[in-house]
Design a protein around this ligand. Sequence first.
Ligand code: AHR
Length: 345
Amino acid sequence: MRKIAVTTAALLLFSAILAGCGSSLIKEEKNSEAAQSDIITVGFSQLGAESDWRNTNTASMQEALTPENGFNLVYKNGQQKQANQITAVRMFIQQEVDYIVLAPATETGWESVLTEARDADIPVILVDRRVDVADKSLYSCWVGSDFELESKKMTAWLKAFTERRNISPENLHIVNIQGTPGSTAQIGRTRGLANAARENGWDLMAEVSGDFTENKGREVMAALLKGYDNINVVYCENDNMAIGAIDALESAGKHIGQNIMNGDVMVVSFDGVNEKSREYCREGKISCIAECNPLHGPRVQALIEALENGETPEKFNYVDEGLFSSVSSVKKVVVDGTEYTIQEP
Ligand code: AHR
């Protein structure tokens, strides 16, 4: 895009001379074209708009990559379909954007299109989820969350909660409402729970995808209630699915809370972005939320600026995140040697 601007500048300058314009006009055109040529065009392939987290993430990108900050942002919503995202990336390559920012829906299947971007000399920055490619040089860097760590924090909280209440591990009957299959967030959060269930002897009864949406969360929870009558923990891989699941539980006459040895169903989830889920967390309807931070716009801006300055940013850039809960019995958890103090939602 900057190449096009430079060519346009030369043409305009040439025509101005031909037209015999005064030197001040020529100077003005030169200045404005020079300013235009400094604009960095970024093609952003967002995976969709499935959750409040996603919408906040999109807004963060749009607020950071503005003309005032020196960017021309071309935004494409992939509607949760990888094929749409591949088409968007190909379009960005054709448009000769300066950078491609990709928030991939799922991890596999990116080799060809990322090779095309590299052949076109366009750096790719991954945001939020990752891609599973053997050749890591197909992208410049990544910024996002450690999804498995989020899950380790959540399961450490669950373990501490059961210990404080003297609940035996085999009495935890858990269902996992998972995110989009094959996405980094789903893989990490599912793995964390499966490992903790095995290590602690919890009864992990079912893992079903709710695709990170409220409607699917509601639908899947209603179906799970028909299949299992002893569910006492619902582990939702995001807040929107938790809100849907709570709706289904309440419609089925279940009481949601922490008294899980006496009929309550306990709900835990991830994100902490949505005001409704924070409210639910304050009320104890969601017992614990592992934070997932969506505010990647300024982080992506900083990565692009570093690349523009000829620097080599870290390949993997992790975001610090915490845990929210209003259940007073657990004040902190320790995961991999790091202590996390539980925050008020
Ligand atoms: O990849 C991050 C996850 O995607 C968030 O937890 C979820 O809400 C979103 O849809």
